[in-house]
Design a protein around this ligand. Structure first.
Ligand code: BGP
Length: 475
């Protein structure tokens, strides 16, 4: 492993930050996605709930309150020896409705404090410019990413951020898990699918505007600060074929292309031919102008991705019945165990995914999410300290890190870093639960929103600290 490998941890504003109405922050799409049975239909843009009500709980409002715990949290990350901290900027904290002429200074100041402290601690900030959020006002007024106006508003926001943090922040991601737009269009991109609308048309129109916005933001950022590195971000995990029947293999290629499509554009600078054929077959007309084609040539500097699981598919519709527990439909792989939430655990799949992506694009890679969502039990040790004995989490991380190191040392993949997901416990994106925990630090809060928000180090805290100290030599 390279000596400057960026060992780190990742978070996202909507699941971690809270302070939803403080510091002049505007309301975002993610703020109206409730906890409970309405979460999924709302996240998918099928149930329209654009206002908060008293009957629902909204996990993003307080989350685990990084807004007020940032000093304490960064101190913990520093103690763990983190080299990199991935967090997201809430767009609506900078431009509350997306359309103000001037940015919200209080919002910029908040992130400036965080960034300055990271720099002081020698922690490299890695910033997601959009992690599933957009000002809600833009959904109400324009239908969010259905409308081309979003391109300019987004680029304005990115320029503001990059200019302000010039010289302090090197790594940015334009859109977290850009392919999630296909699976949770409202939560990922503020999209509502109206009755009678061609769903694919809506999704791919929004995708096109996001891709153009990402490319233009990359161009603008390089002009402002030639040292920044702009990356795309994919919810990754290779799709395996259920059998060696060539039909299954072809199907698995098609499934992977649904995801690679976004990265193909962001990394190569043009639409892949299979996508143009897909649009044709599905009566999708995309408003691609000559200027857009030029814009798309501004490709990303590196490719980042999240990896939780591989996927499995069959060409036979009878066999291909999806299992529950994941936003990505997948068959059960008999060779793999699954987490308590049904996410199949496949460490070697991480090496396979790293190799596939690196072979495909030949650009530096960055693993920006990986981890185990599990139920933790807070216990009190004889000396009175509270902790969680999360050997299962250590085991998961160890196996994945081993395979990651093999991809680098044995296969020669160019990898910049690894920021495990949810380094300090935070709210789950898919379920809105607190009890699905990923962190090395436990946060006292339950699914109903009760708790002191106090932080406790888990057993895995010291384990990861040692991994970083030894640059992955001792796991
Ligand atoms: C990714 C998201 C994260 C995160 C993670 C874990 O899709 O980028 O925001 O939450 O998955 O998923 P979950 O929180 O649903 O367990």
């Amino acid at each position: 492993m390279r000596e400057n490998f960026l060992w780190g941890g990742a978070t996202a504003a909507n699941q971690y930050e809270g302070g939803w109405k403080e510091g002049g922050r505007g309301i975002a799409n993610v703020d109206v996605v409730p906890y409970g049975e309405d979460r999924f239909p709302v996240a998918c843009g099928k149930k329209i709930m654009l206002e908060c009500d008293d009957e629902h709980e909204y996990p993003s409002h307080e989350a685990v309150d990084f807004y007020h715990h940032w000093e304490e949290d960064l101190e913990l990350l520093h103690e763990m020896g983190l080299k990199c901290f991935r967090f997201s900027i809430a767009w609506s904290r900078i431009y509350p409705t997306g359309e103000e002429a001037e940015p919200n200074e209080e919002g910029l100041k908040f992130y400036e404090k965080v960034i300055d402290r990271c720099v002081e601690y020698g922690i490299e900030p890695l910033i997601s410019l959009v992690h599933f959020d957009a000002p809600l006002a833009l959904t109400k007024k324009y239908g969010s990413w259905k409308n081309r106006i979003m391109v300019d508003l987004y680029v304005k926001y990115v320029k503001t951020v990059v200019s302000r943090f010039k010289g302090k922040v090197k790594y940015y991601l334009t859109f977290n898990e850009i392919n999630m737009l296909l699976h949770m269009p409202f939560m990922a991109s503020g999209l509502i699918i109206e009755e009678g609308e061609n769903e694919l048309q809506v999704k791919y129109t929004a995708a096109h505007y996001e891709l153009v916005a990402s490319a233009l933001a990359t161009k603008a950022a390089h002009e402002i600060d030639p040292d920044v590195m702009f990356g795309c971000m994919l919810a990754a995990g290779n799709t395996y074929a259920n059998t060696c029947n060539p039909k299954d293999v072809m199907k698995s290629i098609e499934k992977d292309r649904e995801n690679y499509f976004f990265i193909d554009v962001q990394a190569r600078g043009y639409y892949p031919s299979y996508a143009l054929k897909f649009f044709e077959k599905n009566d999708i007309t995309i408003d691609i102008t000559e200027e857009d084609k030029e814009a798309l040539k501004n490709t990303v500097d590196f490719i980042s991705f999240s990896y939780y699981s591989s996927r499995l598919t069959s060409a036979d519709p009878e066999v291909n019945k999806a299992t529950a527990g994941n936003v990505f439909a997948t068959l059960k792989n008999p060779y793999l165990k699954a987490s308590e939430w049904g996410w199949q655990i496949d460490p070697l799949g991480l090496r396979i995914t790293l190799n596939s992506i690196y072979d495909r694009y030949q650009k530096p890679l960055f693993i920006v999410e990986n981890g185990l969502g599990a139920k933790d039990e807070l216990i009190t040790l004889p000396d009175g300290t509270k902790t969680v004995e999360d050997d299962y989490r250590i085991e998961y991380m160890r196996e994945h890190i081993k395979c990651m190191i093999d991809a680098v040392d044995e296969d020669g993949v160019d990898l910049l870093g690894y920021t495990m997901w949810g380094v300090i416990d935070l709210v789950s994106a898919s379920t809105g639960e607190m009890r699905k925990r990923y962190g090395f630090v436990y946060v006292d809060k339950d699914d109903e929103g009760n708790g002191t928000l106090q932080r406790y180090k888990k057993k895995s805290f010291d384990w990861y600290k040692h991994v970083i100290e030894t640059n992955g030599r001792e796991l």
